[in-house]
Design a binder for this molecule. Structure first.
Ligand code: 5GP
Ligand code: ZN
Length: 112
């Protein structure tokens, strides 16, 4: 989608520290990390958020969770623990309207 920051990150127009990529998914370090490990995992194709999910997105969402597991292992937080979360809408604090899963870890996280 034109003028979407995360679409531009996915297609390389905007630079980011990419840590994983395949045909469906891109993962990159958050620019303002809230924990020692803070990675954003996004679908390459634009999906605005959870409210916009459709049946056809099922495989992509599954892949995002498998990538989260893989990156947690690569970053050595599988055993120490980590959090995978998605913000949706104003009350959650979602600021970028391209679906993104936060992977957070590397220190004890505040309880939600
Ligand atoms: P949200 O609050 O929408 O769930 O999270 C958006 C996240 O995107 C924030 O954690 C923010 O730091 C991150 N972010 C915003 N702009 C950029 C950017 O240009 N590059 C990267 N790597 N992360 C960004
Ligand atoms: Zn987008």
């Amino acid at each position: 989608m034109k003028d979407c920051l995360f679409c531009k990150i996915a297609n390389g127009e905007v630079k980011s520290e990419i840590v994983y990529e395949d045909e469906m998914v891109t993962a990159f370090n958050d620019i303002n990390p809230k924990a020692p490990v803070h990675i954003l995992i996004i679908p390459k194709k634009h999906i605005a958020g959870v409210n916009s999910l459709e049946e056809k997105n099922r495989e992509t969402i599954g892949q995002i969770m498998l990538v989260a597991k893989r990156l947690a292992a690569e970053k050595s937080v599988s055993e120490s623990g980590y959090r995978v979360l998605v913000n949706s809408g104003p009350d959650s604090g979602q600021v970028v309207e391209h679906l993104h899963f936060h992977l957070l870890g590397g220190e004890p996280l505040k309880p939600i």
